[in-house]
Design a protein around this ligand. Structure first.
Ligand code: 0O2
Length: 202
């Protein structure tokens, strides 16, 4: 398993590099052509061995290479944090139209937030990696969200971790209310941005 895991990591690390390069090219080209940068920051990570084991355990699967490839869809994770709500969808279109990245699943948790209040746009993609034995497609998860959604998700994650997943209902409800407030704020900031654009265009 250890050797196989090393091989798997090599493949996923290569895929992450390809994904980072491709996304960075797309973002630079977008900024050049639109004279506008919709992205605050981009973060990437490879899931740790312990987190992979935890996820497989939660799904009732044993830790094997086959199970990792079949059941862990976010071994490679990329988070693109945007300024405004409308920017999230611009970035999603950019990725959809990129021939180097194959989008095979999309979850719009902005239109349909999770029960917790969590809001973000998720894309599951395949990234081609050229190894000695040919081209192989490697899966990755891209999360696209606004700074406000990112702020909520980071703090909620921290708090939930403190309670080891058993967050008291009162706190859960409060966090849900915060998520709603954050969505309203995102809408307000978007309106301000649109108004400013209209004034500039006059
Ligand atoms: P981490 O530490 O971020 O990697 P999956 O479990 O991925 O096979 P699922 O549940 O359909 O399938 O995936 P989903 O919901 O599309 O995406 C899961 C990821 O979204 C999580 O990854 C979190 O990053 C994020 N997420 C989903 N719900 C919440 C939430 O309520 N709060 C916060 N803060 N983040 C959320 P991991 O692996 O759980 O965690």
């Amino acid at each position: 398993m250890e050797e196989d895991f090393e091989g798997l990591l090599l493949k996923y690390t290569a895929a992450l590099k390809t994904l980072e390069t491709q996304i960075s090219i797309l973002l630079q080209d977008f900024e050049y052509k639109n004279n506008y940068n919709p992205v605050e920051h981009v973060k990437t990570r490879i899931k740790s061995y312990d987190s992979i084991a935890k996820k497989l355990n939660k799904k009732g699967c044993t830790m094997t290479i086959q199970n990792i490839e079949k059941h862990v869809h976010d071994l490679i994770g990329m988070r693109i944090v945007c300024s405004f709500l409308s920017d999230v969808y611009k970035i999603v279109r950019l990725i959809e139209n990129c021939s180097q990245i194959e989008v095979h699943q999309q979850k719009d948790y902005i239109t349909n937030p999770k029960d917790t209040g969590y809001s973000s746009y998720h894309l599951l993609v395949y990234v081609p990696v050229n190894l000695l034995d040919g081209v192989t497609l490697v899966e990755a998860e891209i999360q696209v969200r606004t700074i406000a959604m990112d702020f909520w998700a980071s703090l909620e994650h921290k708090l939930s971790y403190k309670f080891q997943g058993n967050v008291p209902k009162e706190i859960k409800d409060y966090l849900h209310k915060c998520a709603t407030d954050i969505h309203t704020l995102d809408q307000k900031m978007l309106n301000i941005n649109q108004k400013m654009q209209e004034i500039k265009d006059k």
